[in-house]
Design a protein around this ligand. Structure first.
Ligand SMILES: Nc1ncnc2c1ncn2[C@@H]1O[C@H](COP(=O)(O)OP(=O)(O)OP(=O)(O)O)[C@@H](O)[C@H]1O
Length: 796
């Protein structure tokens, strides 16, 4: 089968304004004058060389299976134009890879191709060279409408293909553009009608085919579907079928994929006509490049963030790509790791970023040679050709073996080497068997625990400082749990095996975030139905439902609280009923007496004694410390055993060094310190109490001595008076016997109550009854002696 031919005259210099991703002017030079001779000779060569090589090429391609990517065949040996050759050489492409040497001759000959080759094996050139050549040989101009279209699953990949196209086609005169979602459709509409080659994502291409009036695809020569497996994974099957419906059936189609699954074959059947299957690594020992070293680590969920951080820090000079399951995880890890110093240099790439930002990061990461880690979702998993990536880390287990292969394919591309690490939860270990069955061999490695740093505390403080990052952590938590819930392969993904508390803690969260009751539901069918329902709802409806659900939950919890309160009250009531009248009265009396005791206790100087004595103890350390301990309010305080003081109102007061009341936090800290220091302080208190007792005893005995001497004085005065009176009597009544007058009742002076003596106050003995009559001076002396003895006994 030969390429369809079309002849055009008057081809002149063309350039194109790329209407999609890149707004710069791109010039693709096409032959300024038709070189009919060259085209004729090329067609003759293709007929003879490629036609004869058709079977041999596909057979040898299928046979090789392994070995170096480059075959030794040179681009210059191909029947291709000088312009394409110059473009290839300018881009440093001289030797062909296996997929290129297998697919290009067949494609030049005009055959449809179903190509399968490992990641990084050069599929892009395998379809770009035939595309450019096909248009060149047809003298294609913008007047002919759309000549070739290349469909790619992602914007990044489309942009990358577009760049290779303008490099390889730099000597040609061709208009090319890249159209992807995320830009204004109307801006593109005018430009697309002038394009000869378009690189497009499926959705946007269909939109133009449907809605752009000047967009003529009826004469299309070549359709390329790149990363077909990915396109199908993204759910573009229907879109592709609709696109096919717009395109002419008489066309050449090239379909490339890293994996040829039944679904890809199915698409191939719909899109291709009698294709040549070029599967260069079909029989290879491994489905991944030999230059790729692969390891896996079993990491518990709660250790994952620590392990990832430690890994990146210890590989900080490498260029690394980290894959996680969701955009929210990317956001959290990026923001959190940025805050942790010293940490790795990180970048983020995910689908929630604006197109401009995505492109900017994409470009920046491409240009960085080392010492950077790109945290991303599967958006960067397929086809994207970042140069010189040292490590691919899959922090979350991929959904399928194919996803794994695509992810690791971001390193060890073309002839370079690379390494990959897969983190698996203990419950995800069956994934290793699946990889082994799919001809992917990897070694088990354990992280050196001594090298794994725990960043949990640091994360907790980052989250405490920043509400935004805390919010990101909560969302990352929820989105991860949901992603595991949604995974189809239940042999590998077990939501029940996830320790949510520990996971939340590992992200620095104090509580387990609410992920929505529906995600916790265990019933598969119910869950499935709910998801189905959610899918069919509009975003607004979903939001409304969410708010409703939240409100309901609030009401429920409020009601629960109320119910609990009610229950408590009713329990109190019922217990009240059970208490008898007599007991209630007893309780009232007890409560009243307790209250009066407390009020007495508050009024009693005992508390002040403690306070003073504390002051006294403080005074041992100097007068300054004595004043520091005083609370500024000078309210009466009760000192408790733990060193805290209680105001009359019952509120705790803690003394600080400065005498002021400490803040709530400091109070808690003081409380903790007090509790922690109980043994020491207990020792202090014991000696302190002993000192108090000694001092009281000293004071008591001095009081007793004072009282005794006062009493003695009083007695002496009395005796003197009595003697004087007796002498006078004797003078008056010289006949009467000598002696003292009877003493007045011996009342000891009221002892002054020592202020601090309450606690050690001895019981007072009853005083002797007053003596009414004194018989003689001897009696008086005897009485005095007895009284003194009694008083002395009182203070002994
Ligand atoms: N013939 C060649 N000579 C030198 N380098 C090449 C050649 N072909 C491809 N490369 C380089 O190899 C790398 C991988 O090529 P390409 O992106 O086309 O691989 P791929 O098979 O499409 O990978 P994936 O399946 O991951 O998309 C690129 O950096 C590309 O520049």
């Amino acid at each position: 089968m030969q390429c369809p031919t079309r002849q055009h005259e008057g081809q002149r210099f063309k350039y194109a304004l790329c209407p999609g991703l890149v707004s710069e002017r791109v010039q693709l030079f096409w032959c300024s004058s038709l070189q009919d001779d060259e085209i004729r000779s090329l067609q003759a060569r293709i007929r003879s060389e490629c036609g004869s090589r058709i079977n041999a090429a596909s057979k040898s391609a299928a046979k090789t299976g392994q070995g170096p990517a480059l075959t030794g065949r040179l681009f210059r040996d191909l029947p291709i134009s000088q312009r394409t050759l110059r473009g290839l050489e300018a881009s440093k492409y001289t030797k062909m890879t296996e997929i290129q040497s297998g697919a290009i001759p067949l494609a030049l000959f005009g055959r449809d191709i179903l190509g399968e080759a490992r990641t990084g094996s050069g599929k892009t050139l395998a379809f770009l060279v035939p595309t450019v050549e096909c248009l060149y040989r047809q003298n294609w101009s913008k007047m002919d409408g759309l000549g070739a279209v290349i469909v790619s699953p992602t914007r990044e990949l489309a942009y990358q293909i577009y760049q290779v196209l303008i490099n390889v086609g730099q000597e040609h005169e061709i208009s090319a553009g890249c159209i992807v979602g995320g830009r204004s459709l109307s801006e593109e509409q005018q430009a697309v009608s002038n394009m000869s080659v378009l690189v497009a994502t499926p959705g946007r291409l269909l939109q133009h085919l449907d809605e752009s009036p000047g967009f003529d695809s009826s004469a299309l020569l070549m359709l390329v579907i790149d990363e077909a497996d990915r396109i199908l994974d993204f759910g573009f099957q229907e879109t592709i079928h609709n696109i096919l419906g717009h395109l002419p059936t008489q066309r050449q189609t090239l379909l490339f994929s890293a994996t040829l699954h039944s679904s890809v074959h199915k698409l191939g059947r719909a899109a291709l006509r009698s294709p040549e299957v070029v599967s260069v690594h079909h029989n290879a020992k491994s489905r991944t490049p030999e230059t790729l070293k692969q390891i896996y680590m079993v990491v518990p969920l709660e250790k994952k963030v620590d392990t990832l951080f430690s890994f990146l820090r210890s590989h900080s000079q490498k260029k690394t790509i980290v894959f996680v399951s969701t955009c929210k995880q990317v956001r959290f890890l990026y923001e959190a790791f940025k805050k942790l110093k010293p940490g790795p240099a990180v970048m983020e790439l995910h689908g929630r970023q604006s197109l401009t930002k995505r492109m900017l990061i994409f470009q920046q990461f491409m240009e960085r040679e080392r010492a950077v880690a790109l945290v991303c979702t599967d958006i960067a998993a397929r086809g994207v050709d970042f140069p010189a990536v040292d490590w691919v880390v899959q922090a979350d287990c991929p959904d399928t073996v194919d996803s794994y292969i695509h992810r690791v394919g971001r390193t060890a591309r073309y002839e370079s080497t690379g390494k990959s690490a897969l983190f698996l939860l203990p419950s995800e270990k069956p994934f290793v068997d699946k990889l082994t069955q799919a001809r992917v061999s990897l070694k088990a490695i354990a992280a050196k625990q001594s090298k794994v740093v725990s960043i949990q505390q640091k994360l907790a403080s980052v989250l405490a400082e920043s509400g935004d990052i805390r919010h990101l952590a909560q969302r990352a938590f929820a989105s991860y749990i949901r992603s595991v819930r949604l995974m189809k392969d239940k042999d590998v993904f077990d939501i029940q095996a996830l320790s949510k508390e520990a996971f939340a803690e590992s992200l620095g969260l104090a509580d387990v975030p609410d992920i929505g009751a529906e995600w916790e539901a265990k019933d598969e069918d119910t869950e499935h139905n709910k998801l189905k329902k959610r899918k069919n709802q509009s975003a607004l409806q979903r939001l409304k439902e969410k708010i409703k659900e939240k409100k309901k939950e609030k009401m429920r919890s409020h009601k629960d609280e109320e119910e609990e309160e009610e229950l408590e009250l009713s329990q109190q009531d019922s217990s009240k009923k059970k208490i008898g009248k007599w007991e209630r009265r007893q309780r009232r009396i007890a409560a009243a007496s307790k209250a009066s005791r407390e009020s007495v206790a508050e009024a009693t100087p005992t508390e002040e004694d403690f306070l003073q004595l504390v002051e006294g103890r403080q005074a041992e350390h100097g007068s300054e410390s004595r004043t520091e301990v005083l609370p500024p309010s000078k309210k009466r305080l009760k000192i408790r055993k733990d060193g805290s003081a209680v105001q009359a109102s019952g509120q705790h007061v803690f003394f600080t060094k400065h005498g002021a009341q400490a803040s709530e936090l400091a109070q808690v800290a003081d409380e903790m310190r007090t509790v922690a220091n109980v043994p020491d302080e207990g020792g202090d208190r014991a000696s302190f109490l002993k000192r108090v007792q000694d001092e009281l005893a000293t004071r008591d005995s001095s009081d007793a001595a004072l009282s005794r001497s006062r009493l003695q004085k009083r007695h002496q005065t009395k005796r003197r008076k009595e003697r004087a009176a007796k002498g006078a009597q004797q003078e008056d009544l010289s006949s009467e016997s000598p002696g003292s007058p009877p003493p007045s009742p011996a009342r000891p002076a009221q002892r002054e109550r020592p202020e601090q003596a309450d606690d050690v106050k001895p019981k007072r003995k009853a005083l002797p009854p007053p003596v009414s009559k004194i018989a003689s001076m001897d009696d008086l002396a005897d009485l005095e002696k007895k009284a003194l003895n009694r008083l002395g006994g009182l203070f002994a």
